[in-house]
Design a protein around this ligand. Structure first.
Ligand SMILES: *Cc1c(COP(=O)(O)O)cnc(C)c1O
Length: 319
C-alpha cells in the first residue's frame, strides 16, 4: 500500500509539470447544498484533468530508470496526460485508442506529439496491444490507475486541498478505477483522519459500490453512464484495499442528477466541467452525503468534454 511519504515524494517529482489548481466557491451553490462548498478545480489543470499528476509521477520515475518509450491504452484524459508528459521529456509515446474514438480526442493526443494507434473497441483489446508495443520498443506501459506511482501522483490533489481550505469536514471524490480516491485517502487519512472522505459513483457504474458491499472486487458487465471517465467496470487490485481501509462512505447519483449538476455549474459558475466531475457536485446538491452546515470540498476532476455533446448534457434545473 502507498504511504503519505509516497504522495509527498510525488508532489516534489511533479512540481515542474502540474499546476496548483484553485479552489472556487459559489454562494448560490453553497446555499442550495446547505453546506459551505469548495470546488477543487482540476478542470483547470494542465491537459484538462488531474490525470497529469499520476501520469507525470509515473513517467518521470520510469525515465529516471532508463525508459526510452512509453505507451498507454486510453483515448481519454489518461492518454492525453501520458502524451503530454512524454513529449515534455522528449520520450516518444504511443497511445492506443478505440476505433470509434472522437476526432477531438485524437487531435488532443497528436497536439502533444503522441502517436495514435487504433485498436478494437474494448479495453480488453487495447490493453494487450499497448503492452505489446511497449515490449517491442523496450518501453514501459503506463497503467491508468492500478499502480503505486499513479495513485501517489493523484493523491497530491489531497495535499493541496489540505493547504488551501481550513476546517474541512468532508471531501467528495469521483470513482473510476479508484486511483484518485486511493491517493486522496492516503493523503488525508494519514494527515487528519477526522476529515470524512466520501466516494461517488453513477448508479450505472456502481462496481466499487458493489465491491464494498461484497467486501471483494466485483465486476459489472457494462457502465453506460454519461460520466465517461467513470466507466471502469471494476476497482483495481491496488486501489481497492486502500478504499476498504479508509473510505467513510460511498454514494450513488443518477444520470439526471449528473446532468442537473452539470447544468447548474455551467449556468451559475460559468465553468465547463465534464460529467465525471459533475457527480461530486450532484452528491452535494442532492444531499446524498447527509451532512449539514459543514465545509465540504468537491473534487472537480476534469473539464474535457466534446463541445458537440454539451447540448445533450444541459437540462433545466429544478430548485
Ligand atoms: C479518470 C477520471 C476519473 C476517475 O479516476 P480514477 O483514478 O480512475 O478513479 C474521474 N474524473 C475524471 C475527469 C477522470 O479523467
Amino acid at each position: 500500500m502507498i504511504s503519505l511519504q509516497d504522495v509527498n515524494d510525488a508532489r516534489e517529482r511533479i512540481s515542474d509539470i502540474a499546476h496548483i489548481t484553485p479552489i472556487l466557491q459559489s454562494e448560490q451553490l453553497s446555499k442550495l447544498c446547505g453546506n459551505q462548498l469548495f470546488l477543487k478545480a482540476e478542470h483547470l489543470q494542465k491537459t484538462g484533468s488531474f490525470k497529469i499528476r499520476g501520469a507525470s509521477n509515473k513517467v518521470i520515475h520510469e525515465i529516471e530508470n532508463g525508459a526510452k518509450y512509453v505507451t498507454a491504452a486510453s483515448s481519454g484524459n489518461h492518454g492525453q496526460a501520458v502524451a503530454y508528459v512524454a513529449n515534455k521529456y522528449g520520450v516518444p509515446a504511443t497511445i492506443v485508442v478505440p476505433e470509434d474514438v472522437s476526432k477531438c480526442k485524437v487531435n488532443a493526443i497528436q497536439a502533444y506529439n503522441g502517436k495514435v494507434e487504433m485498436c478494437g473497441t474494448t479495453s480488453a483489446e487495447r490493453l494487450p496491444r499497448a503492452q505489446e508495443i511497449a515490449d517491442q520498443e523496450n518501453g514501459v506501459f503506463i497503467p491508468p490507475y492500478d499502480d503505486p506511482f499513479i495513485m501517489a501522483g493523484q493523491g497530491t490533489v489531497g495535499l493541496e486541498i489540505l493547504d488551501q481550505v481550513e476546517h474541512i469536514d468532508a471531501i467528495i471524490v469521483p470513482i473510476g478505477g479508484g486511483g484518485l480516491l486511493s491517493g486522496i485517502l492516503t493523503a488525508i487519512k494519514e494527515t487528519n483522519p477526522k476529515i470524512k472522505v466520501i466516494g461517488v459513483e453513477p448508479e450505472l457504474a456502481n462496481d466499487t459500490y458493489l465491491s464494498m458491499q461484497n467486501k471483494k472486487i466485483t465486476a459489472i458487465e457494462a457502465a453506460p453512464t454519461i460520466a465517461d471517465g467513470l466507466r471502469t467496470n471494476q476497482p483495481g487490485d491496488l486501489t481497492f484495499p486502500v478504499l476498504t481501509k479508509y473510505l467513510d462512505d460511498l454514494v450513488l447519483v443518477s444520470e439526471d442528477e449528473i446532468r442537473q449538476a452539470f447544468s447548474f455549474i455551467m449556468e451559475r459558475t460559468k465553468q465547463l466541467i465534464e460529467p465525471s466531475s459533475a457527480t461530486t457536485v450532484a452528491a452535494a446538491l442532492f444531499n446524498k452525503v447527509n451532512i449539514r452546515d459543514k465545509n465540504i470540498v468537491t473534487v472537480i476532476s476534469g473539464g474535457n468534454v466534446d463541445l458537440d455533446k454539451v447540448q445533450q448534457l444541459i437540462v433545466s434545473i429544478t430548485e
